[in-house]
Every structure is written in C-alpha cells, then in structure tokens.
Write a protein that binds this ligand. Structure first.
Ligand code: NI
Length: 184
C-alpha cells in the first residue's frame, strides 16, 4: 500500500469544504482508507482527514484507546488503539463546557497549539459498510473527532487557539509545559 503525501499548511485543499460521499462499500473507498491508515501510522499520527491527503471528501480516520480486559488472566488489562473510519461525519456538543489542551496536526508539522474544544460531543457518521455509527464521547476521543471534522470544513486548529500565544514549536513547548504530543 502506498504512503500518501500529506498536504501542509498553506496548501489550498486544507481550506476547502469537503464533499459528501454518496456511495459506500466501494473498492475505491476501501483502498483510500487503507492508504490513509498506512500514511497515518507512518507519520505517527492518531487521526487523518481525507483533505490532508489531497482528497476533497468527507472521510476521517482516527485511533482511540480501547481497553481490553482479559478475564482468564485475572485483571490483565491491555490497552490497544482501535482504528475508526467515519464517512460523512457530523457532531453536536452535549453542553457548552469546553476544555483547552495541546494538539499537533500532521499538516502543521513540528508545531503545537493549545486548542479550545467541547468537552463532550455526540457524533454520527457511517462506516465502510454503510452502517450508522452514533457515539457520545469525551476527552481525547471528542477532541480528535472535532479536530478531524474541522479539516472537512477547511478549518485548521490555529483558528481555535485558546489564546493566540498558545502556539509554538514542539521542541519549545515540550521544554516549558508537560504536553501530550498527539498529531491529529
Ligand atoms: Ni490535523
């Protein structure tokens, strides 16, 4: 599977509105998802939106922590990252509560920003088989979905900084703050 080229800040595709996908379960779409996964893993990212690989479609992929409990081994918990595919995603906020936290973006390499996001959201979208997915989530999961949905609306996290000064080189930010360095 090929690793795709990631569009960087300044490329016009990152500022366009993505188009909805009307046909699911097509080989072309499956191939795109497989290539996006390969690209995201190669770049050590936890999320990727189709416009970031120059495809102007409403499609996002992301990884979320998934705790698997192994009952036979008594309290043996294994944390795995689950891969999610969401076609034509949308979300609503469950309240006006927000949270500020650091984010990186594969399209803004080497930089971090402290971004304001809704704490808890309910999102919906479809998987590759056309099955409806509807989830209420909070924390990092909610943050990733909001970040990726923004990509589909041509919005980069810079537009949502908690404060304009909350942005800088990963190297510098890591020096002065304790930061979880997730690229999404
Ligand atoms: Ni991003």
């Amino acid at each position: 599977m090929p690793i795709l080229k990631i569009a960087k800040i300044g490329h016009p595709i990152l500022y366009q509105k993505a188009l909805p996908i009307d046909k699911f379960d097509k080989n072309e779409l499956k191939q795109l998802v497989a290539n996006m996964c390969e690209t995201m893993l190669d770049a050590n990212g936890v999320g990727l939106a189709a416009p970031q690989v120059h495809v102007n479609k409403k499609l996002i992929i992301f990884r979320t922590p998934d705790v698997i409990e192994d009952e036979s081994e008594n309290q043996n918990k294994e944390e795995k990252l689950e891969l999610n595919v969401l076609i034509n995603p949308s979300y609503t906020n469950n309240s006006d509560d927000f949270e500020d936290d650091w984010e990186g973006c594969l399209s803004i390499p080497g930089m971090l920003g402290k971004v304001r996001r809704y704490k808890k959201i309910t999102y919906r979208g479809y998987d590759l088989q056309g099955k409806l997915i509807n989830k209420t989530v909070d924390g990092m999961h909610a943050r990733i979905v909001q970040h990726e949905c923004d990509h589909l609306n041509g919005i980069l996290y810079l537009a949502r900084l908690a404060d304009p000064r909350d942005f800088g080189f990963t190297e510098e930010i890591n020096k002065y703050y304790k930061v979880q360095n997730e690229k999404i």
